[in-house]
Design a protein around this ligand. Sequence first.
Ligand SMILES: [Zn+2]
Length: 191
Amino acid sequence: MRSGFPDFRLGSVLATSFTATLTERQGNAVERIPTPQRLVDWLAVNGLAVASCTPAQLDLARELRESIHAAATAAATQDALPASAVRVINDRSARGRASAVLTPEGRRRWQLSSDSSVEDALSVIAADAVSVIAGERDGRLALCASPTCRAAFFDTSQSRTRKWCDMNTCGNRQKKARFNANRRGKPSTAE
Ligand SMILES: [Zn+2]
């Protein structure tokens, strides 16, 4: 990872990994794809390598990201899906050409129509969002319990009781906060 930029949060679900390129949405938001090159980096890490990205394509990506976030949040809270978000997701899904192909090892790989097609990569992300929001996949959309985050995430745990979008960050912080609060509440045993 390039130094000087915040790391990516990698999840197993493409659409919500993508919305997690903006973290701490309800606090001091951290933009993890601040430049076109950072989007190129994120796509490469997520199996959607493209050769380049323009500022306009980065804008399209961010528009899709916020639309997925809005629609996934509505789905998680069982609200009506925002029409504008649905339109953006559908447009992006329809405007790319990507094929799912099998590798010799039997894994799925995305093949984009050309090296420079950010639109193709975005169509794969949009289609992933469609399948998650439509409830086609085994799991449940939920919102992170961290008050400064509230990210929509896809809970695939057996019990469907996951509380945080990411155990290593939001989950850990919450645990530490609880631990410190407990310590403060007890008389000191030091000295
Ligand atoms: Zn979170």
